[in-house]
Design a protein around this ligand. Structure first.
Ligand SMILES: *Cc1c(COP(=O)(O)O)cnc(C)c1O
Length: 377
């Protein structure tokens, strides 16, 4: 029997060579040669003023909350259908979470419901680009402009994806990438923060370097460095960056390989959607996605459970995703759901993710779709 894991960390085969080089460089702390290469790749590819590797997307989000100067009592608008880190970063600064319902087509925050959730305490909007499919960013940015709100994009899943030709993570004031091993490009644990405006780059460098102007000192711009603001240690070891670098060098190839699997899943499962048995992902025409995830939507939680068991019996790892934050213990404590939960809970209970990783083959996707067909027959 075939064994298909749900995920496998990306690996190009060139990692050891680069890790060795990082060690030989004699600089394995943060901001060595590989970190600089990765930063530059992101900055150029995304067209932002700044991009800095972090130890995780969680920490990139925490940096964004510091940069946004979130204070106790501020409100932050976000979807409930997301990972805990999207919320934690702002709660750590004392913010109150205001959850808004998602759109049933993309599982992204419903931009039409945001404005109604704004109060005089609202400070930021945090769209999450689920599955690497962009939120309706023009609408969100226009709302933010009118109400002078900061936009932090949780683009953890959005590396190499875009909205109207603009890279996810580069549209809001701050964008956050993840390079966790479950993401499209990985350094084990890692992430990056993207800074749109040049005036914010200094502040970002300071927060990332424990609240000191050490980065300026290393560039010879000041003759000693000192403590200038709140901060923490958000920079990864150059060894981790050396693992990531060869993947970024062949990012296009990795992306195309994932997209080929995504397209194969879609094509092979289309008949089931036409029969009204399953629903497949929707990609709005403004969005170019990165095949971060392929999911199907079943009729409900019971059918999903049965399908997971059926696939497991055939060696296939298929998993559900987020339990909505507003229904969790901490979510109740730190947030409230604004308006009606029409889709957040319902869609979260139907969604099932199929194996998707760099190295998955078209034979593998055919095997998975055959087993899904078998289940419904
Ligand atoms: C993976 C993920 C995170 C957290 O990323 P880490 O790098 O593991 O901290 C945050 N938000 C979303 C939407 C994610 O998918």
């Amino acid at each position: 029997m075939k064994e298909l894991k749900f995920n496998q960390p990306p690996c190009t085969g060139k990692e050891m060579e680069h890790i060795r080089k990082a060690i030989e460089n004699g600089k394995i702390c943060g901001d060595g040669e590989y970190t600089r290469k990765c930063n530059e790749w992101i900055r150029e590819g995304c067209g932002t003023a700044g991009a800095y590797l972090t130890t995780s997307c969680t920490q990139a989000l925490e940096m964004a909350a510091l940069l946004a100067e979130i204070e106790p009592g501020d409100e932050v608008i976000l979807p409930s259908y997301t990972f805990v880190s999207t919320a934690n970063a702002f709660v750590l600064r004392g913010a109150k979470l205001v959850f808004v319902d998602i759109r049933p087509d993309t599982n992204n925050i419903d931009e039409k419901l945001i404005e109604d959730a704004i109060t005089e305490r609202t400070k930021a909007i945090v769209p999450v680009h689920y599955a690497g499919v962009g939120c309706e960013m023009d609408t969100i940015m226009e709302i933010a402009r009118r109400h002078s709100l900061i936009v932090v994009e949780d683009a953890a899943q959005g590396v190499m994806a875009s909205y109207k030709g603009r890279a996810l993570g580069s549209i809001g004031d701050y964008g956050c990438f993840s390079f966790h091993e479950t993401k499209n490009y990985s350094m084990g644990e890692g992430g990056a923060i993207l800074i749109r405006d040049p005036e914010q780059c200094d502040a970002a460098e300071i927060i990332r370097e424990k609240g000191t102007d050490r980065s300026r000192f290393l560039r010879g711009q000041v003759d000693k460095y000192s403590w200038v603001s709140l901060g923490s240690s958000y920079l990864p070891s150059d060894i981790n960056a050396a693992y990531l670098w060869p993947q970024l060098e062949m990012a296009e190839e990795i992306n195309n390989s994932r997209l080929a699997c995504w397209d194969a899943y879609y094509e092979q499962l289309l008949p089931l959607q036409k029969e009204g048995v399953l629903e497949l992902p929707v990609i709005p025409p403004e969005c170019s996605h990165n095949a971060h995830m392929f999911y199907v939507k079943t009729s409900g939680i019971e059918e999903r459970g049965a399908l997971i068991s059926h696939l497991k019996k055939h060696g296939i790892g298929a998993v559900f995703h987020y339990v909505p934050l507003h229904s969790s213990k901490a979510g109740v404590k730190y947030g409230r759901f604004h308006g009606e939960d029409r889709y957040t809970t319902k869609e979260s209970e139907r969604l099932l993710r199929l194996p998707m990783y760099y190295g998955l083959t078209l034979d593998d996707t055919s095997y998975v779709t055959e087993k899904i067909m078998e289940f419904y027959r």
